[in-house]
Write a protein of this length. Structure first.
Lengths: 282, 267, 282, 267
């Protein structure tokens, strides 16, 4: 594990054309890392994430991605991701190829990747047209024991997984507390694992059975307070639901979107400055 | 209570809540399903077990989450499990009694579209997509659908079948041996539709007070069958409305509270 | 969830001929439940457990079992399970049919059962003669994505899983803290789930991400302090390693084994009395 | 330090410990492997990562566990994961550098038997069985075997192949495309055997001080090949012995401490 400024971590480990999974289910979404990728103008990324959320709306709208693997692409509780829609419906700023799964399939795919397997297994394919779309890859299999029809889902093995977490200790072990989503599976599936954390502590304030990623599975970590905003970090700050509601307006039009990104992401040096422009940090 | 005293949305939420028996294990989606489940929990079904796909099991939120992973859920849960387990150990394993679904389109057999309007490759409207819905539709012992009824959403032909209801009807679902029984009720802003036991076609079986069969038919994109005399759903009780409005008020307050983050940038 | 005395829980839910998994990996082994099964003279059980440990040595030696599914059958750090050996080598007190796996396979088999799957998936079968023994069931599979040879392991779905845990709360939720082994998977795989716990508390003393089994997945629970002895319960009492060492002598001969079981298991009414005869409890 | 100052067991443990480079991730079994790994951690390899199959990752025990799941491991671990993850996310995923194995029998190609002596269906001796060994043997980047050398345990023909070494030798393992490289060294109470790079056959490459090639051959059930001039393993250093003996003394004290349990039987 190397402890690096976020700019250097992204600069070193996220290359044009890479497959990149920013995970964290509603909770601990690594916004700061996503916005740093935008600032560094990465191109041709294959973005992977169960719920693209606002962070991928921003990255897609800024032209970082040509491919998206996902299972639910909305603004939770609010509505559409307008930039994602614009890319899919009208190819702006560039076309986006979709590889679309259900949550259950994608969870199995991450778990397979985390387990060093080429595929994972599920019960019979559910009767969905998703099995017929371009990019559909789920295969049927007859169970040799029960005769049941099962499904095989190809493993997800991102080049880089990026997570946000609460704490890193002096030895480089990382604590994730609260809703964990598929963070652990995405972490273990990746070739390289980048972490942003709220703070560095001497010893993790963690239970014996807490979700801790040992330092030696981590490629690099960066200390980025507020790095999940407007998502949240359990024990640090809550989700800014008002921002999620406001995003619907900001992102609806290309012009208002671009203006917001210019001002708050491209126009600032780092995440701390972004939080200040939004009045979230002093 | 007269129709002027409550909105259609409220009537719909109250009706959905009433479908839930105490002690049932519900897989809850965001929005109206979450409101309905929590209303039920705060009224007639205190032991309702709410499972959200974020991995939170047995949650008892005081405000409604905007997303399915708000800290409110984590803080009030019996336990938090990794997300994959919600789909393997709970849903696929057959431990969910009731799945709650919404969609952009539904057809007469309760099949649902939440993927695209138009062609998949060149959609008019790209919708959020499947999420947990296809597996909920397949594995939950029974499904409740909650959707506003319009001729554009209750359609003769889905643009895309994301999640299965009764497929082509007349036993087609059973023939595929899907573990769950399928949609037991579709709660709309007009009333309640239930599947005919033989044809599996949705039939209007109950109407809200003051709502006519004709208006419900006009809001349906296929020739809607109706029970000979649809029941009239009793209007919301005072307590149901109070609890629901309190919940929404607390939620609005929580969701507009400004966030402040302390940052000590490392040097 | 029903809260019952252990005698009633075993009497009601563990039937002759049932498949029964007492899990807990070194930690939290449900000895009290196993010994109550012996006291109630269950017969024809299919015992399932990754590491049979002393508890199955006792049950096998007392004639409860005709079948054993397992992956490592020794006295950890000490040597053989003499009663298991006597049953396999000389059919005493009755023959024991083995279904033998590796730890990895058995973990996958439990996970498959917990997931409602008929089988689980692994990478290529390792080059072991275990694939050739009577009762071997692992099947090969060609991955449709990578072409790799994979293995399918049939799911384990015990009729009854029994676990020991630290605490049950007023609503019947159960906390397992410390080394968890395959306890969660064995619990979720079972048709019926019995739990013994150290104590009942109003509210679990548990972290947000603790391993908690919700009351509604549990069939019945019994309060049995010391119920894991001579195994241990993290936070309550340590493993009695001296007893594990002593067991090697006790179980070596049929006569010394039978005398010990007569005195400490059959000759007492319950687990508290057993602990007293051993001088472990006052 | 002369041979009278230490036992063969100690020499063996010290030699095994010396094989471990600092920072390596080791999958540790109980007994001598555990002693060797912890000796290494307490001497030249403080950043050795010890993983036990009980799900404890990064343990730093002060006493040696008797079982692979003692509370000592849980209390000193970086993290505890469910046991299945040790085999999926760590071992099968290729995250283990060194696997440590023992067995009842080994053959000239480093294949191991820990299942039965005699016929499987009617064994003379039923051994504990596979445990984690077959997957450790297959997936760990490299394997170290630690076993006392006798003509009964170093055999021409295994009664049962539980875990693979180099299979039939001469590249057979590579041809099967097993992910790990196989046994890199077999540490015995006579010295160290290593595989010939071409034939894969184990060859005596090092002897303990005062041990003869002939005595090692007599303790081997096949015609043992030896390096032209086997190295002599340096005897244990004073510090190695001190640390090892302290560890064992603490362990003995811990394992004989009487257990007292407070029971309040519910009424």
């Amino acid at each position: 594990m190397r402890l690096l400024p976020l700019r250097d971590a992204i600069g070193t480990y996220v290359k044009d054309g890479a497959s990149v999974a920013l995970e964290g289910f509603t909770h601990l979404i690594p916004f700061a890392a996503g916005q740093e990728i935008i600032r560094q103008q990465r191109r041709g990324l294959h973005l992977i994430r169960m719920t693209p959320d606002l962070v991928y709306d921003q990255m897609i709208g800024m032209g970082c991605a040509t491919r998206l693997t996902f299972s639910w692409g909305g603004n939770p509780g609010v509505g559409s991701l307008h930039r994602l829609r614009d890319a899919v419906e009208r190819g702006w700023p560039q076309p986006l190829t979709l590889a679309e799964f259900t949550h259950a399939e994608m969870a199995v795919a991450y778990e397979a990747g985390a387990s060093g397997l080429p595929c994972g297994i599920m019960r019979r394919p559910v009767a969905s047209d998703l099995a017929k779309v371009p990019g559909a890859t789920v295969q049927e299999l007859r169970c040799p024991f029960s005769g049941d029809t099962l499904a095989l889902v190809p493993a997800l093995k991102p080049d880089v997984t990026i997570l946000h977490a609460q704490q890193i200790d002096a030895r480089g072990n990382v604590l994730i507390r609260g809703i964990v989503g598929a963070a652990k599976e995405a972490a273990m599936a990746a070739t390289q694992l980048l972490i942003t954390v709220e703070e560095q502590v001497d010893t993790l304030r963690a239970d014996m059975n807490a979700l801790i990623l040992p330092s030696w599975v981590i490629t690099a970590a960066s200390i980025v307070p507020g790095g999940a905003y407007p998502s949240y970090a359990q024990g640090y700050y809550p989700r800014d639901n008002a921002f999620y509601l406001a995003w619907d307006e900001i992102a609806r039009e290309r012009s208002s979107f671009s203006a917001w990104m210019d001002r708050h992401v491209l126009g600032v040096a780092d995440h701390a400055a972004l939080l200040r422009t939004l009045g979230v940090a002093a | 209570m007269s129709a002027a005293d409550y909105t259609r949305d409220e009537m719909m939420t109250v009706t959905a809540a009433r479908q839930l028996r105490n002690g049932a294990v519900c897989f809850v989606g965001i929005g109206l399903p979450s409101a309905a489940c929590n209303l039920a929990r705060l009224t007639h079904a205190p032991d309702l077990v709410l499972v959200y796909e974020s991995g939170t099991v047995g949650v008892q939120p005081v405000v409604l989450p905007l997303s399915i992973g708000d800290s409110e859920l984590a803080e009030t849960a019996t336990c938090i499990v990794p997300l994959p387990e919600i789909f393997t150990h709970y849903l696929q394993r057959g431990r969910i009694d009731v799945g709650f679904l919404g969609a952009a389109q539904i057809d007469r057999f309760g099949n649902l579209n939440s993927t695209v309007i138009g062609d998949y490759a060149h959609p008019q409207v790209r919708l959020p997509g499947a999420g947990g819905a296809p597996e909920i539709a397949a594995y939950a012992r029974e499904v409740l659908v909650v959707m506003k009824q319009t001729a554009r959403s209750f359609v003769g032909q889905l643009d895309f079948r994301t999640s299965c209801g009764y497929l082509e009807g007349a036993g087609a679902r059973q023939a595929r041996r899907l573990p769950g029984a399928g949609p037991k009720a579709v709660i709309t802003d007009y009333g309640v539709l239930r599947p005919d036991p033989t044809t599996d076609e949705l039939e209007l079986t109950a109407l809200y007070p003051g709502v006519t069969i004709d208006s419900a038919r006009a809001a349906t994109g296929w020739p809607l069958r109706t029970a000979r005399t649809p029941e009239v759903v009793p209007p919301p009780e005072r307590r149901e409305l109070e609890v629901l409005r309190d919940l929404h008020a607390r939620t609005r307050a929580a969701h507009t509270r400004p966030i402040k983050i302390e940052i000590e940038v490392p040097t």
